[in-house]
Design a protein around this ligand. Structure first.
Ligand SMILES: C[S@@+](CC[C@H](N)C(=O)[O-])C[C@H]1O[C@@H](n2cnc3c(N)ncnc32)[C@H](O)[C@@H]1O
Length: 272
C-alpha cells in the first residue's frame, strides 16, 4: 500500500531546508522527512509545528537535523570517464605547469569521490596535490575520516579503476580500508555551499568536482551555487558536474569543453 504524507504538515520544513541548503526535497523523500521531524520533535518534547522554531534558533539541532535528511548516495569512481579525462587530458597539462594541484570535491558525502581523486592523483599525477573534501553533513565527513568502505561503495560503474583502490588499501573481510598515505592528502571541511562561508577554502582551485547535487536544486539556487564555486576556481581551471547536470548550467565565465564524449567546464580567462 502506498504511504501518503500530509504535505501541509511538512511544507514549512521543505521551505526551511531550501532556504538553508538550496536543496528542494524530492517527493520520494517526504516520508523520511516526516519521520525525522516527528522523531526529533518528540525527543525535544515539542510539537511538530514548534520544532521548526527550535531549528531556526538552535545551530546544533539544525546541524543534526540536516545530517538526517541530506542524500549521500555515492561510490568510488562514479562516472569513471570523468577520471579518464583527468588522467589522459588534464594531468599531462598540469605536469607542464609543475605546480601543486588543488582539487575540490565540493559535496563529497562519505568521501568516495574525494578518495577517488586522491587515489588517482597519487598514482597518475606526479605532482604534489591537496583534495579539499567538503559537505554540509558532518556525520558523512566523520565516516570519511574512518576510511572504511563496504560493498555498496563499489558499483559496476567505476569498476575500471578498482585496482587503483586495492593497491592503496587493505581488505578486512568485505571492508576496504584506504591507506593513511592517501588520506593525508585530503583536507575535510564542513561547508554549506549555498548559504555558508567559503573562506576556509583557498582561491585558485584547479579542479572542482561538484556532481550529483545540482539535480536537487531549482534554477535560482543552481545559479547561486555555481557562481560561488566559479569564484574559487582559477582561470583556466576545470569544473565537472554530473553528466545529467552539465546541460542545465550556463555561466558567463564557464565554457563547455569535450574530451572523448565527456563534457565539463573550463573557467575562461577574463579580458581586463
Ligand atoms: C548525492 S550526494 C553526491 C556525492 C558525490 N558528489 C557524488 O557525486 O557521488 C549529495 C551530497 O550533497 C550534500 N549537500 C547537499 N546540500 C549541500 C549544501 N548546501 N552544501 C554542501 N553540501 C551539500 C549532501 O550532504 C550529500 O552528501
Amino acid at each position: 500500500m502506498a504511504f501518503s504524507v500530509d504535505i501541509q504538515a511538512i511544507e514549512g520544513y521543505i521551505s526551511f531546508i531550501e532556504e538553508i541548503t538550496g536543496i528542494t526535497v524530492p517527493d520520494v523523500d517526504y516520508r523520511n522527512l516526516m519521520e525525522t521531524v516527528e522523531r526529533k520533535a518528540s525527543s525535544r518534547g515539542c510539537a511538530r509545528e514548534e520544532y521548526l522554531r527550535v531549528l531556526r534558533n538552535d545551530a546544533l539541532e539544525r546541524e543534526n537535523f540536516l545530517n538526517c535528511i541530506t542524500i549521500g548516495e555515492t561510490y568510488f569512481f562514479r562516472e569513471w570517464k570523468h577520471f579518464r579525462v583527468l588522467k589522459e587530458a588534464l594531468f599531462p597539462e598540469f605536469r607542464e605547469l609543475a605546480a601543486r594541484v588543488l582539487f575540490w570535491s565540493a559535496t563529497c558525502a562519505t568521501g568516495e569521490e574525494a578518495y577517488s581523486l586522491a587515489l588517482f592523483a597519487s598514482e597518475f599525477l606526479g605532482l604534489p596535490f591537496i583534495v579539499y573534501a567538503t559537505d554540509i553533513n558532518g556525520d558523512s565527513l566523520a565516516r570519511m575520516k574512518e576510511r572504511r568502505y563496504g560493498p555498496n561503495s563499489f558499483r559496476e560503474d567505476g569498476r575500471a579503476y578498482y585496482d587503483v583502490v586495492l593497491r592503496n588499501a587493505v581488505l578486512e573481510g568485505k571492508t576496504v580500508v584506504i591507506s593513511r598515505d592517501i588520506e593525508k592528502n585530503i583536507s575535510p571541511l564542513r561547508i554549506n555551499l549555498f548559504s555558508g562561508s567559503l573562506d576556509e577554502l583557498p582561491d585558485g582551485i584547479d579542479i572542482i568536482f561538484f556532481r550529483n547535487t545540482l539535480i536537487y536544486m531549482k534554477p535560482e539556487a543552481k545559479l547561486k551555487v555555481i557562481g560561488r564555486l566559479v569564484k574559487k576556481l582559477r582561470q583556466g581551471g576545470y569544473l565537472f558536474l554530473g553528466s545529467s547536470e552539465t546541460p542545465l548550467v550556463e555561466h558567463s565565465e564557464l565554457a563547455l569543453q569535450e574530451t572523448d564524449g565527456v563534457y565539463y567546464f573550463i573557467r575562461t580567462v577574463r579580458v581586463p
